[in-house]
Design a protein around this ligand. Structure first.
Ligand code: SF4
Ligand code: SF4
Length: 235
């Protein structure tokens, strides 16, 4: 039942990588610079979202150590979710208190590189990686102005420094994946990457979802797992 969606996610991710490489090639030939590279993981402190089939693909490929890290990461996250009232506070809390993605290994390399979701693939930086790890609220007005004025507005998701075209394409691929899920089950699930992986590893959510929207929501609710910002059902 799920294998088709898992395979589709893998095929589309591979195709997306080729599209991104082609885009980068064209941009750099035109004189632009892209700063992403191996071992460059400042962006891995951001809250990363994905569709459930992408998380399921990852959940099935984890090592024991990675699974332990997901458990620890989720426990830290859950302990800090109380009192988080809005998305802005959630994102700030995530960046300042949760730490990096549990799949980032000790050498600063993504440990699930081949399976990483669309959202990670789509994040391509036109600035040095220190800008990816920065809390912009800590900058002075002058620093903010200099940064904003330095951006290539035709290319980035202004006022940030990430490439707009790859972000838009990544979001379209996520939407396509959600639509495939809706066709099969009547609804889709989207949310925090480690949390969705946790829901599969510890609660076998992929066995509940085929029973429908109400049953899934009730299962999550009764087990205290229906957390705002972390799991987002849609139909
Ligand atoms: S988005 Fe930023 S931190 Fe992430 S790989 Fe690219 S340059 Fe490095
Ligand atoms: S999945 Fe990989 S690339 Fe994405 S945030 Fe985690 S470590 Fe970084």
């Amino acid at each position: 039942m799920w294998q088709h969606l898992i395979n589709a996610a893998g095929e589309e991710q591979a195709l997306f990588d080729r599209e991104i490489q082609a885009w980068i090639g064209s941009y750099t030939r035109g004189g632009g610079t892209i700063f992403c590279g191996k071992g460059c993981g400042n962006c891995c402190t951001l809250a990363v979202n994905c569709t459930f089939p992408e998380a399921l693909r990852i959940a099935r490929s984890l090592t024991t150590l990675q699974a332990e890290r997901v458990r620890d990461h989720t426990a830290r996250l859950m302990a800090r979710m109380h009192g988080v009232a809005d998305l802005k506070s959630y994102l700030r809390m995530h960046r300042q208190e949760i730490g990096c993605c549990p799949f980032l290994d000790d050498g600063g390399i993504c440990g699930i590189y081949g399976e990483r979701p669309f959202s990670c693939r789509a994040l391509i930086s036109t600035r040095e990686n220190r800008w990816c790890g920065l809390d912009f609220s800590t900058l002075s007005l002058e620093e903010k102005r200099d940064f904003v004025e330095s951006l290539d507005r035709e290319v980035v998701t202004f006022p940030l420094h990430y490439v707009a075209e790859t972000q838009n394409r990544g979001q379209a691929l996520e939407t396509g994946m959600a639509e495939e899920m809706i066709k099969r089950f009547g609804f889709s699930l989207y949310g925090d990457l480690p949390y969705l992986v946790h829901l599969e590893r510890e609660h076998q959510l992929s066995r509940i979802i085929p029973q429908g929207y109400e049953v899934t929501l009730s299962f999550l609710d009764q087990n205290g797992l229906l957390k705002p910002f972390l799991v987002i059902p849609d139909r």
